[in-house]
Design a protein around this ligand. Structure first.
Ligand code: HEC
Length: 148
């Protein structure tokens, strides 16, 4: 009996690793919904502190955002649903906020830097919940489906 258990140990270990990976995947935190008031409130605080200087207090983006600034860089787009933020899934948005476009786009010269050092993954999710609370029902539902 003991011999049998020892013999099947590697298989057992592989099975345990594999099933824990599956569980981890099932606990994926996307899509992020706008249903938690607490998350939205937390997100608002983190947003005002870290993002409002460029994306503006009401998320409307820089004035004339489709143009470029004095350095020739793109200006901060609106995040409130009037731009194209809602066309990106949660994984992409989370990565843009965490790592900045610099880590995602080769030779990126623009101003969207990452907030990896300032915000935890949970805080980034809260900011996303806050951002989503500005979107129309259609935009929100479209983006939720995209993020599943
Ligand atoms: C220093 C100015 C600045 C700050 C601060 C800043 N951003 Fe940005 N952000 C930008 C610019 C500029 C772009 C457009 C980037 C480009 O196209 O080069 C952008 C793009 C984005 C995008 C992609 C939007 C889209 O519609 O594709 C998201 C999402 C975003 N920012 C979220 C945030 C969040 C959340 C914060 C705060 C945690 C933040 N940004 C802080 C300047 C900033």
């Amino acid at each position: 009996m003991l011999k049998y258990i020892i013999k099947s140990l590697p298989v057992l270990i592989i099975f345990i690793i594999f099933s824990s990976l599956t569980v981890a995947k099932a606990h994926n935190h996307f899509p992020i919904t706008n249903e938690s008031k607490i998350m939205i409130e937390r997100g608002k605080i983190a947003y005002q502190k870290n993002c409002a200087s460029c994306h503006m207090v009401n998320l409307s983006g820089a004035e004339d955002w489709k143009g470029v600034d004095e350095d020739g860089h793109r200006k901060a787009p609106p995040l409130n649903g009037t731009g194209h933020t809602w066309h990106h899934d949660d994984k992409t948005l989370h990565a843009i906020i965490k790592y900045g476009l610099a880590k995602l786009v080769n030779n990126y010269q623009g101003k969207m830097i990452g907030f990896e050092d300032e915000l935890s993954d949970k805080e980034i999710d809260s900011v996303l919940a806050y951002i989503k609370s500005f979107w129309s029902k259609e935009e929100y539902e479209y983006q939720i489906n995209l993020s599943k």
